[in-house]
Write a protein that binds this ligand. Structure first.
Ligand SMILES: Nc1ncnc2c1ncn2[C@@H]1O[C@H](COP(=O)(O)OP(=O)(O)O)[C@@H](O)[C@H]1O
Ligand SMILES: [Mg+2]
Length: 252
C-alpha cells in the first residue's frame, strides 16, 4: 500500500438482494485529508460510506465482495466490528443525540469501552467537546438534556460523541443538510480543524461545500465511481464528461 493511504478499496461490489448498488469500486483514501463523495441521489454514496465501518452489516440481504483495507488491515472479513467502529466513527444527516444529558452522550462510547473513572471521563468529555467546537457553548449545562440544545449544537455534539472513542476516521453523511447556514459554516470550519488529526470522508449534496472543504472528490453515478481526483482538478479539468455535467449542475 502507498504511504499515507489510510483506506484502500479494491474491487468492491455490494448487492442489496439482487440489486447491484456498488459496482467494482477502487479508491485510495489518504490519511488526514477530507474526501468528499458526491453524485445524484441513489448513486450509492451512503452505501459506500457505510461499508467503511460495516454499518451495512445491519441491513438484511446485503452481500459484499472485494477488499477494504484500513491501514492495510482487511475489514470485510471476520473481524470484531466493535473495534472497527471505534476506529471509524460516523455522523449522520439528522443530528441524533441520545435522550440523555450532554455529558452522558459524549461519555457513552468511552463507558461502553470500559472507562468508569469520573476524572478520566470528565477529561474525555471536555476534550471531545472542545474538539467539536462546542465546549464554550455548553460547559455550564453539561447535565442538561441534549435534546434541548439547537440542531446545529446537536450535530456538533454528535461529532463530539464520535470523537470521544478516539477514532482515526470520521465518516459524515450529509452532516449539514438539516442545518442553517451559520451552523453549516461552523461544521465546515470544524472539519478543517479536525483533518489535522483525523481522516474525514464526507457525503455532501452541496457542490459549493465540496469545493470549500474537500481535498479530494469522488463522483459516483448509478453505483459506479466515475472519477476520483483532487478537488481542484475535478472542478477545473474533470476527465469524464459526466463529472463535468454534474458539477456544472446539468443534472442531479
Ligand atoms: N437497505 C436497502 N435495501 C435495498 N436497497 C437499498 C437499501 N439502501 C439503499 N438502497 C438502494 O441502493 C441505492 C444507493 O442508495 P444510497 O447509498 O442510499 O444512495 P445515496 O446515498 O447516493 O443517495 C439506491 O438505489 C437505493 O434505493
Ligand atoms: Mg445518502
Amino acid at each position: 500500500m502507498k504511504p499515507g493511504i489510510k483506506i484502500s478499496v479494491r474491487g468492491l461490489n455490494l448487492y442489496y438482494g439482487s440489486f447491484h448498488a456498488l459496482k467494482n469500486i477502487g479508491m485510495d483514501i489518504p490519511g488526514c485529508e477530507i474526501t468528499a463523495l458526491i453524485g445524484p441521489s441513489g448513486c450509492g454514496k451512503s452505501t459506500f460510506l457505510k461499508t467503511l465501518n460495516r454499518m451495512n452489516d445491519l441491513v438484511e440481504n446485503v452481500s459484499v465482495t472485494g477488499s477494504v483495507k484500513l491501514d492495510g488491515f482487511e475489514i470485510l472479513g471476520d473481524i470484531d466490528v466493535t473495534v472497527l467502529r471505534k476506529r471509524v466513527g460516523m455522523v449522520f444527516q439528522k443530528p441524533n443525540p441520545f435522550p440523555m444529558s450532554i455529558y452522558d452522550n459524549v461519555a457513552f462510547g468511552p463507558r461502553i469501552h470500559g472507562i468508569k473513572k469520573k476524572s478520566v471521563l470528565d477529561d474525555i468529555v471536555e476534550g471531545s467537546l472542545r474538539s467539536a467546537a462546542l465546549w464554550e457553548e455548553v460547559r455550564d449545562r453539561l447535565h442538561k438534556n441534549a435534546l434541548e440544545i439547537s440542531g446545529g449544537q446537536q450535530q456538533r455534539l454528535c461529532i463530539a460523541r464520535a470523537l470521544a472513542t478516539r477514532p482515526e476516521v470520521l465518516l459524515m453523511d450529509e452532516p449539514t443538510s438539516a442545518l442553517d447556514p451559520i451552523s453549516t459554516m461552523k461544521i465546515e470550519e470544524l472539519c478543517g480543524q479536525l483533518k489535522k488529526n483525523y481522516t474525514i470522508v464526507i457525503v455532501t449534496h452541496n457542490m459549493q461545500q465540496a469545493g470549500r472543504i474537500s481535498d479530494r472528490i469522488a463522483f459516483f453515478l448509478l453505483g459506479e465511481l466515475i472519477e476520483y481526483d483532487i478537488t481542484r482538478k475535478i472542478f477545473s479539468r474533470p476527465k469524464d464528461e459526466r463529472t463535468a455535467r454534474y458539477i456544472s449542475g446539468k443534472f442531479g
